[in-house]
Design a protein around this ligand. Structure first.
Ligand code: GLC
Length: 532
């Protein structure tokens, strides 16, 4: 059987404000993405996921949606979107949008009506509650961006719930009319031809019906951010969320019957055992519940081997794995692991079993960019400054060439570029066979040439010291991946069948050193070995 595209392929996340500006306002847009599709095709990815492009006041940069069925003018128009989709498809690239079902903008027409009066027909589309007896918020739930998750509405004398900013009121997904309206949003974009969705904060969508207090978090410390003061026991990951996910899957499935499969990817930050149910049980749920473990994992061979084995073992029957090194909310891999290990991490991401999602700019080894105080834009940072929670550092503009503003825009970019953009950019690095960009391209080429790397079986190999090693196998095709996670020389005894295998690819220029079954890994070196 041929693997579906979302299993064999590689997804690339675009943060649209920062990818390519086409109209000179310093903010990326849809036509800009069209201009760079050839570059993405040359990189060798299979699908792009674009963070929200819908009409939005941009309190949370598009994750506050004012109209789910229109494009924000900063990004373009619906016609621009149709053109982007057609151009992506013409290059064989799938396109995923970002579905933000948990909350809308407070400027969404539904919320404006809901807020208008207690008797408005849309009142119950959001989560309104009376004050506690002391006049304070109905319970102790804390916004993920700090402060109470309840906002007082003086005009109607009730609080509304917002898991994020007060400009992002949570929808009431227990209300069937909300479900119908939001399902229509999915259909609107599926009808236009999108290949799937990443679903924003899927595990937040249903809260305990009686809104009990969350328990305090005994491990909380001030530097962690206020949201961690309590454990989100009652405000997220409720049993009823699974029927919601299954209903979305039914809709996607209805479209899949007529053509290529439409895919759903859930943004879910939960421990593995609570993540797995989002694949679905009797009813299928999302195709891929995002697996974010590599972002924070200790960068240590034994710990990573255990993490990978545990994740593989926890997958439900038929559940397809996936891996992520970074996204628009989390520190970049180069910042966490350093430039040398960022290359090893790239090889890991692109050779593990499971769909990889790349974050734009990681192929350049972009690191977190220090944002001067006066240029901070992220509400997360503005609300709880100085704790390192801000996300601007990982959302800086893509660098395309050495021209003004790195080819990103003719205007001053909305966030500053990284300092070394004159050399750390696509045009310069594409010419340098030793660059991390060249490595990414080679890895993506190797995946296409060796299906075992994309869809083959996975088995850890015995290894010692800083070496993480595994085998990928499909039919007669067998490869070894050996990664040195440290800065010392390491040795690996290869299995018999791999003895003397020529290296297919190394993260470091120059030939890998193999003598019979003995593989010598240079500091920070990862290699793929394939029998000739
Ligand atoms: C998700 C998004 C994040 C956003 C939040 C609220 O976690 O990835 O960027 O701020 O949801 O929508």
């Amino acid at each position: 059987m041929i693997a579906p595209w979302w299993q064999a392929g590689v997804i690339y996340q675009i943060y649209p404000r920062s990818f390519q500006d086409s109209d000179g306002d310093g903010i990326g847009d849809l036509n800009g993405i069209v201009q760079r599709l050839d570059s993405l095709a040359a990189l060798g990815i299979d699908a792009i996921w674009i963070s929200p492009i819908y009409s939005s006041p941009m309190a949370d940069f598009g994750y506050d949606v004012a109209d789910y069925c229109d494009v924000d003018p900063r990004f373009g128009t619906l016609a621009d979107f149709d053109e982007l989709l057609a151009q992506a498809h013409a290059r064989g690239l799938k396109l995923l949008l970002d579905f933000v079902p948990n909350h809308t903008s407070d400027r969404h027409a539904w919320f404006v009506e809901s807020q208008a009066s207690r008797t408005n027909s849309r009142r119950d589309w959001y989560l309104w509650r009376d004050a506690a007896p002391d006049g304070g918020p109905p319970n102790n739930w804390i916004s993920d961006f700090g402060g109470s998750a309840w906002e007082w509405d003086g005009a109607t004398g009730q609080y509304y719930y917002h898991a994020f900013l007060r400009e992002q009121p949570d929808l009431n997904w227990r209300n069937p009319a909300v479900q119908v309206a939001m399902h229509d949003v999915l259909r609107f974009w599926f009808d236009r031809g999108v290949d799937g969705f990443r679903i924003d904060v899927l595990w937040h969508m249903i809260k305990a019906a009686d809104f009990p207090d969350n328990p305090p978090n005994p491990a909380w410390q001030p530097g962690m951010g206020e949201m961690h003061r309590v454990l989100q026991f009652h405000s997220a990951d409720q049993p009823e969320v699974h029927a919601i996910a299954a209903a979305m899957r039914d809709i996607a499935g209805g479209y899949s019957a007529t053509g290529d499969e439409r895919v759903l990817i859930g943004e879910i930050y939960l421990p593995v055992e609570r993540l797995m149910p989002y694949y679905g049980g009797e009813r299928a749920e999302v195709h891929l519940p995002f697996n974010f473990q590599l972002i924070d994992a200790p960068w240590e061979a034994r710990a990573l081997a255990r993490l990978i084995a545990d994740y593989e073992a926890a997958l439900p029957p038929g559940g397809w794995p996936n891996w992520v090194l970074g996204n628009h909310d989390r520190p970049r891999v180069a910042a966490k692991r350093g430039q040398a290990q960022a290359r090893v991490a790239a090889m890991l991401l692109l050779t593990l079993r499971g769909t990889p999602t790349l974050y734009y700019g990681d192929e350049l080894g972009l690191s977190d960019v220090a944002i001067p105080y006066e240029r901070v834009r992220d509400p997360r940072e503005l609300r709880e400054p100085g704790l390192g929670l801000g996300r601007d550092p990982v959302r800086t503009p893509m660098a395309w060439d050495a021209s003004e503003n790195a080819g990103f825009s003719t205007a001053r970019p909305w966030l500053p570029l990284h300092e070394d953009w004159p050399t750390r950019n696509v045009a310069v690095m594409a010419e340098d066979p030793a660059s991390i960009l060249a490595l990414y391209r080679q890895l993506l080429t190797a995946r296409r040439a060796h299906p075992a790397l994309a869809i083959g079986d996975f088995a850890l190999l015995d290894s010692a010291g800083d070496v993480l090693a595994y085998e990928r196998r499909q039919g007669a095709q067998r490869l070894v991946v050996a990664l040195n996670l440290g800065a010392q020389v390491q040795h690996l005894d290869l299995p018999d069948w791999a003895g003397g295998c020529p290296p297919l690819l190394s993260t470091i220029p120059g030939p890998a050193q193999i003598e019979g079954r003995a593989l010598r890994l240079r500091p920070n070196e990862g290699v793929i070995l394939a029998p000739a």
